[in-house]
Design a protein. Structure first.
Length: 147
């Protein structure tokens, strides 16, 4: 993957609007295939088998995507308003890359691609495509940890 720019300095937001989640921002099989083919160049016959919602927050939805050859990926969608457009996704990508470079002992997912423009994404949302880490989730580990 080519070096990732965290954005141009001409991008400014002078809006008093509050961020919001766009209605109907969901990842479909068609949208997942578009993202995977764009960033991974999946060959003929390879495509998404399933797309399942993992988690959702105020502005984000995370999906696990499983391909026909059983590879697993995470696609995180952001449906934010004009106030955080572009900056949120690019800031999260920059944070993940920084953490990976400065603290290699902390497991972080590899960024496989992203789009910080909902207009250019093809799915009407900003997104980050990441590898799925095969680790134990904190919420599962906390159940067996002592206080």
């Amino acid at each position: 993957m080519a070096p990732i720019s965290t954005g141009d300095s001409s991008h400014k937001c002078y809006s008093n609007e509050l961020p919001y989640q766009k209605p109907g921002i969901d990842l479909t099989l068609e949208g997942a295939n578009l993202i995977l083919h764009r960033h991974l160049g999946l060959g003929v016959g390879k495509s998404c088998r399933t797309v399942d919602l993992l988690n959702r927050g105020c502005n984000n939805k995370a999906y696990i995507v499983i391909t026909t050859d059983d590879h697993e990926y995470i696609i995180r969608l952001t449906g934010v308003g004009k106030l955080w457009a572009k900056m949120k996704t690019e800031g999260e990508v920059a944070g993940i890359l920084y953490l990976a470079s400065k603290c290699p002992e902390i497991p972080v997912p590899k960024i496989l691609g992203f789009c910080s423009s909902s207009e250019l994404s093809g799915i009407n949302a900003e997104y980050i495509l990441m590898e799925k880490l095969s680790r134990i989730r904190l919420e599962e580990r906390r159940r067996v940890m002592s206080p």
